[in-house]
Design a protein around this ligand. Structure first.
Ligand SMILES: Nc1ncnc2c1ncn2[C@@H]1O[C@H](COP(=O)(O)OP(=O)(O)OP(=O)(O)O)[C@@H](O)[C@H]1O
Ligand SMILES: [Mg+2]
Length: 367
């Protein structure tokens, strides 16, 4: 998968920018605040339909502007698509593929695949469980439309269930108890599918994650991934989906009394934890900054493998300011590892110390 050109007219600080990407190794350079991260954000907008930074669409509209408009030519081998994402303060978001409007925003997922790394994510991902779930959900949604559908259904059922719990104020009438039973069954069904898929994908990521971390760190520590959820006490590393469903339904029943008092749902896939470990210890509590960064880079490199394996298409790797704070050994190891990617777009506020390697094309925003 490759991006050949992008036009921002406008997007954030760019009123008009057109870039051609003739090479498969691209360095976008420029002083702080010139818009390097904004360009990578715009590229990934075309991949996931929303801001990879978690920003609201309206925040990407230029100050005092009314809309943003991102157009690009992206392709896989000889097949090219013109992708366009338009957001207007009045009109909302519209997506077009080869000039045809897509019925739903989610339909853009899977057309143009990217993996995005930014140093801002390191602290977020390591500190907040919700961000780690998001990481996993964005990855799996790019390979599976049914997964995204399950996530949306789960959120819908969860919201309804929480509303019922809140309104009940601790006690339920007969009809409300029946309604809650129905929500429990649905939540368990969607929650089990989500857990099953997450466990499956993570199991397939372990070995690659481990290998990338070892190569980047010079085999200093051993990285691992684990997925914790309340019913995982039974210690089955690969439970069947039916089992997960039965366990979750049972847990929802068991907690009903306390959830009625609290007024919200305390168990299910929205509370599960993806944990990064180093030598078996949770990284969020023990890893150094450089180790956390190395963990997230290893995860992102592993993501490229998952996407390629699941879809047969290599994603474009977008690495925002990746070399800052990495020692020279890790930077050199990373340069070697990205050599196998189909297309990589790097940003840096200054020219990297070592040679960039063959085939790199440089774009400097300073003009
Ligand atoms: N909606 C917006 N409208 C106008 N300008 C914006 C908007 N959002 C962000 N900016 C501007 O974009 C610039 C930041 O761009 P960006 O984060 O891409 O910089 P950068 O080149 O990655 O810098 P650094 O090297 O510091 O990471 C800032 O000047 C910021 O004020
Ligand atoms: Mg930046």
């Amino acid at each position: 998968m490759r991006i050949r050109e992008i036009t921002l007219q406008p997007f954030r600080n760019f009123s008009e920018l057109r870039l051609q990407f003739d090479a498969d190794r691209i360095l976008i350079g420029g002083a702080n605040g010139r818009g390097k991260s904004n360009i990578l954000e715009a590229i990934s907008y075309l991949s996931i339909g929303k801001s990879v930074r978690g920003a609201q669409d309206v925040q990407a509209v230029p100050h005092n502007g009314q809309y943003f408009d991102i157009r690009a030519v992206c392709g896989d081998g000889p097949h090219h698509h013109q992708l366009r994402l338009y957001f207007g303060n009045q009109e909302g978001k519209r997506i077009f593929c080869d000039g045809t409007p897509l019925p739903r925003i989610a339909d853009i997922l899977g057309i143009f695949k990217t993996v995005h790394f930014s140093p801002e994510d390191v602290a977020l991902v390591m500190r907040f469980p919700a961000q780690r779930r998001r990481l996993l959900d964005i990855l799996i949604s790019q390979t599976s439309a049914p997964y995204l559908h399950d996530l949306q259904q789960y959120q819908r059922v969860l919201a309804q269930r929480n509303q019922l719990l809140k309104m009940s104020r601790g006690t339920l009438r007969e009809s409300e108890a029946q309604a809650l039973d129905a929500w429990d069954r649905q939540l368990a069904r969607f929650g089990a599918r989500i857990r099953f898929r997450r466990l499956e994908v993570l199991a397939g990521m372990q070995a690659a994650m481990n290998r990338y971390y070892a190569l980047l760190s010079g085999h200093r520590e051993k990285a691992g991934l684990c997925y914790e959820y309340s019913a995982s006490m039974n210690n089955d590393p690969a439970p069947a989906e039916e089992q997960l469903c039965a366990d979750l339904e049972q847990e929802l029943r068991g907690r009903r009394g306390s959830e009625l008092h609290l007024g919200h749902t305390r168990c299910g896939s929205h509370r599960d934890q993806l944990v990064f470990t180093l030598d078996g210890h949770p990284a969020d509590a023990f890893a150094s900054e450089g180790q956390m960064k190395t963990l997230l880079i290893s995860w992102k490199l592993t993501e490229t493998q998952v996407l390629a394996g699941e879809t047969g298409q290599n994603p474009v790797l977008l690495l925002d300011d990746v070399f800052s704070e990495l020692d020279s050994q890790r930077s050199a190891a990373l340069m070697e590892l990205i050599g196998t990617c189909e297309q990589v777009v790097l940003t840096s506020p200054k020219r990297p110390d070592g040679p960039l390697g063959a085939g790199f094309s440089e774009i400097w925003l300073d003009g």
